[in-house]
Design a protein around this ligand. Structure first.
Ligand SMILES: Nc1ncnc2c1ncn2[C@@H]1O[C@H](COP(=O)(O)OP(=O)(O)OP(=O)(O)O)[C@@H](O)[C@H]1O
Ligand SMILES: [Mg+2]
Length: 261
């Protein structure tokens, strides 16, 4: 069986800095992979390489059997990869609902010409989009549906992160990349996030998830596939318990909050 995602010997250099150093891993359909590692290890850079924000200096990224190395981001999204960002990229002045509809944009087919010359078609498509967006908002553990007409910028921090996930799901991805989804969440909100991800997986058994996480509560909830990056290198991979016990991992975290994990 071929992997859904194959990252093969990927190196990413920024000038003299090696942000990713010969990274190789494979991911099966329907699995969850947690990526851990200290600040500046290269985790977000990995997402940027997979989603086409950066073309790697060396190596290949294959998704669903296709080489997507350096493909433009919109093309990668169209092929089924969605993501959230470490720092919010919501449209703060747009409503919660519109932010989700924007996430569908790449899949909607009605354009300006349809609106002008085939208004019924455009209207029908918009109505369908609203329905789908509302369904996504209802599935979130937060009050997103109730607050769907509010500007996204007025949401509480945890709800903004939930909205980012709903927006990413709007493109109906096969793989979703979550960059520190629990950042800024308290323990109860983090537990709700874990429950959201678990429910999502139950509803979409084929969906694959990569989580970048500093919060070991989240990683512990998805213990099957964990990998640790340090200075751009993949220093450990496997089940959470094994990765956590790995001396290289403990050394990498020495002096940081996760050292007592
Ligand atoms: N566009 C860029 N140009 C130059 N250097 C970059 C660029 N993007 C990332 N880096 C550097 O690459 C390294 C890895 O950064 P990255 O953001 O991937 O780390 P991270 O593991 O996500 O860290 P954090 O946990 O703090 O989010 C850092 O040293 C960072 O400064
Ligand atoms: Mg990061």
């Amino acid at each position: 069986m071929s992997a859904l995602l194959a990252v093969e010997n990927v190196t990413m250099r920024f000038g003299g800095l090696v942000a990713l150093d010969n990274i190789t891993f494979f991911m099966e359909k329907g699995s969850v992979l947690a990526v851990i590692g200290p600040n500046g290890a290269g985790k977000s850079t990995l997402f940027n390489v997979v989603t086409g924000v950066y073309r790697p200096t060396a190596g290949r990224v294959k998704f669903d059997g296709v080489d997507i190395t350096g493909m433009p981001t919109h093309e990668v999204v169209r092929r089924g990869v969605a993501r959230t960002f470490q720092s919010s990229r919501l449209f703060r002045d747009l409503s919660v609902l519109d932010n989700v509809i924007v996430g569908m944009h790449t899949r909607a087919s009605a354009g300006v010409l349809d609106v002008l010359f085939r208004p019924a078609v455009a209207r029908r498509e918009l109505a369908t989009a609203v329905e789908k967006a509302e369904a996504l908002l209802r599935e979130s553990s937060g009050p997103l549906y109730e607050q769907r007409y509010r500007p996204a910028g007025t949401l509480a921090q945890a709800d903004r992160r939930r909205l980012e996930i709903a927006r990413a799901l709007a493109s109906q991805p096969k793989l979703i990349l979550l960059d520190e989804p629990s950042a800024g969440m308290d323990d109860a909100e983090t537990d709700a996030l874990v429950a959201d991800i678990e429910r999502l997986r139950a509803q979409h058994p084929e969906l694959s998830v990569i989580l970048i996480e500093h919060d070991m509560r989240v990683v512990e909830a998805f213990p099957e596939h964990v990998m640790c990056i340090d200075y751009g290198r993949l220093i450990a991979g496997g089940r959470f318990e094994a990765v956590r016990a790995n001396p290289h991992v403990q050394e990498a975290y020495l002096g940081t909050a996760a050292a007592d994990a």
